[in-house]
Design a protein around this ligand. Structure first.
Ligand SMILES: [Zn+2]
Length: 304
């Protein structure tokens, strides 16, 4: 008799245990960031072009935070359903980026998704170590999944001869171009932005402070920069893709522009209040600058 009852008791206790675990997980939840706890007073960046020089974390707007270095932007979008990181800076800077994330009081393991702008080591050389530290899912444009997994850029890239590659990245999954990454009630829209690199991406989402909502745009580089052999005037080049990317970003509803190299949009000065943070013409101006540089570059190639 007792022998027959025991399995039933066992099942009951397992059920109670799993219910308790679920309740704990819900109670713990995902911690939202708070203003960074600075160990010492923030120091001004010595060089805004230095990819590795650390600088403190800053709120951009709403629940979006700057956690990058003096020269390279890394953005944390916080949601109660898990945080999203866009870019990870070079490998040498990845520890400084992690310290910035931790200074906001959030756990690295609460970053559930990592996105990138483009597959160059200055923006994502630290991606492999960031993925390992967070165990996040890395979402990639399908045309560069193999590049991320192998750590090797390929000849489609205008800067191929000058790129140093990066550590191979784990847990990479393709998403659909121009789709939306939805995390809880946060919707992050993908903007295909090939041209500077084959797998370029911009991202746009909305943040609100009280009742004032702003469209944030993390635009990819529009720089037509290359190694010595690549020609943007060649028929199979990324010139047309760069034009389309510029048009796309110019048409995007844009209040706060974020650029991978902050100098392209005076980002840190804007975050520190030295310049206006929001400018509804910023994306249009950024696109125009990119187009002018491409046309200048094409003219130079013609006289060579
Ligand atoms: Zn690049």
């Amino acid at each position: 008799m007792n022998f027959q009852i025991r399995p039933l008791l066992l099942i009951t206790s397992i059920t109670i245990l799993s219910l308790t675990q679920t309740a704990n997980a819900n109670r713990i939840g995902i911690k939202m960031p708070s203003e960074p706890k600075l160990i010492s007073a923030p120091t001004a960046c010595k060089s805004l072009d230095d990819w590795n020089e650390p600088t403190h974390a800053r709120r951009i707007y709403g629940n979006t935070w700057y956690v990058g270095t003096c020269g390279i932007s890394v953005v944390l979008i916080a949601t109660p359903n898990g945080h999203v990181l866009i870019d990870s800076a070079p490998q040498k800077a990845s520890e400084a980026v992690r310290q910035n994330i931790l200074s906001l009081g959030v756990k690295l393991s609460d970053i559930k998704t990592i996105l990138i702008t483009h597959e160059h080591h200055d923006h994502m050389g630290g991606l492999a170590s960031m993925q390992a530290a967070t165990e996040a899912k890395v979402l990639s444009r399908s045309n560069i999944v193999d590049v991320l997994k192998s750590g090797k850029n390929d000849r489609r890239d205008p800067q191929f001869d000058e790129l140093s590659g990066f550590d191979p990245v784990a847990n990479v999954h393709a998403f659909e171009d121009a789709g939306t990454i939805a995390i809880g009630d946060k919707k992050i829209q993908h903007l295909p932005m090939a041209g500077h690199a084959p797998g370029g991406s911009g991202w746009t989402w909305q943040e609100c402070e009280k009742s004032v909502c702003k469209n944030l745009v993390f635009a990819d580089s529009l720089g037509s920069i290359s190694d010595a052999t690549y020609r943007y005037s060649a028929p199979d080049s990324l010139a047309n893709a760069l034009r389309e990317s510029s048009q796309r970003v110019a048409k995007t509803a844009c209040d706060i522009l974020i650029t991978g190299h902050g100098t392209a949009s005076d980002l840190l000065a804007r975050l520190d209040g030295a310049k206006p943070l929001a400018d509804t013409q910023a994306c249009v101006n950024y696109a125009q600058t990119g187009m002018l540089r491409l046309e200048e570059r094409l003219k130079k190639e013609m006289v060579k």
